[in-house]
Design a protein around this ligand. Structure first.
Ligand code: KIV
Length: 275
């Protein structure tokens, strides 16, 4: 069954946990979709795990459309959410609506995600009014790492916790259908999840959230540049991949690959005529 913003809301009301994973290409999206994940996020973490940047700041609209459209082709039932990259919505309400529209028309997203709380509520309202579902993202918002002074857990002091709570309340009020809570204390994640009517999707926000999201390379052990505390590795695919690459290199070197089973045949008489 196709996941939609309506089934997301129903899951919250029934107390059923939602699952979200990132993907950036067709074949990974297809595997995640076939495994039954509720939602696929084409995150701007693309910048880190696919494009090799140190942060998400340089990711462009063209990057998100290119990868988003590939994911959308691979996802049958998962709700596809495409991240709005840095400076595609902060600049004005007009830019926000135009760029969200491009992610829907050219990237074939089912919804868009943008970072920020109170300060982006006008944008959220305008995008929602244009008929585009918005997933918000508060707490540790990676596009603001320069303002935060690094990847730091948010909401630890009373004032900071109040700010995250106010952000979460205001994005719900502005019309977001869900909100990602990133890098905040578990008890704050619990409180926000209890208080909001819309589903909360946690990443480093504890298990009281209505759902969870992880970057798939983190979950599969395929990315080792940095591993946040909230990541659980469900497989060590990075090691399995390196072993397979080494075996390939070895077998090509020794001539063991390709062997007869991988060859195409031709009649000997035809070959003889070529001499
Ligand atoms: O870009 C991303 O992958 C994200 C998730 C970490 C929530 O925003």
């Amino acid at each position: 069954m196709k996941n939609t913003v309506v089934t997301f809301q129903q899951a919250k009301e029934r107390g059923e946990k939602l699952t979200m994973l990132t993907a950036y290409d067709y074949s990974t999206a297809k595997l995640e979709d076939e495994a039954g994940v509720n939602s696929i996020l084409v995150g701007d973490s693309l910048g880190n795990v696919v494009l090799g940047y140190e942060d998400t700041i340089s990711v462009t609209m063209e990057d998100m459309i290119h990868h988003g459209a590939a994911v959308a082709r691979g996802a049958k039932n998962a709700l596809v959410i495409i991240d709005m990259p840095f400076m595609s919505y902060q600049t004005s309400v007009y830019d926000a609506v135009v760029n969200a529209g491009r992610l829907m028309k050219e990237g074939r997203a089912d919804a868009v995600k943008l970072e920020g709380g109170v300060e982006v509520c006008l944008q959220i309202r305008a995008i929602v009014d244009a008929g585009i579902p918005v997933c918000a993202h508060v707490g540790l918002t990676p596009q603001s790492i320069n303002a935060f002074g690094g990847f730091k857990v948010q909401g630890k002091s009373e004032a900071a916790a109040k700010k995250v709570l106010e952000d979460a309340r205001s994005v719900e009020e502005a019309g977001a259908f869900a909100v990602v809570l990133e890098g905040i204390p578990k008890k704050l994640g619990d409180l926000i999840s209890r208080e909001l009517r819309i589903p909360t999707i946690g990443i480093g926000a504890g298990n009281g959230c209505d759902g969870q999201v992880l970057v798939y390379q983190d979950l599969l052990g395929m990315f080792s540049d940095f591993t946040p505390k909230f990541v659980k590795r469900y497989a060590e695919l990075g090691e399995i991949m390196k072993d397979a690459f080494r075996s390939y290199i070895e077998e090509v070197g020794s001539g063991a690959f390709p062997s007869e089973e991988h060859e195409y045949k031709i009649d000997d008489d035809i070959i003889e005529k070529l001499y």
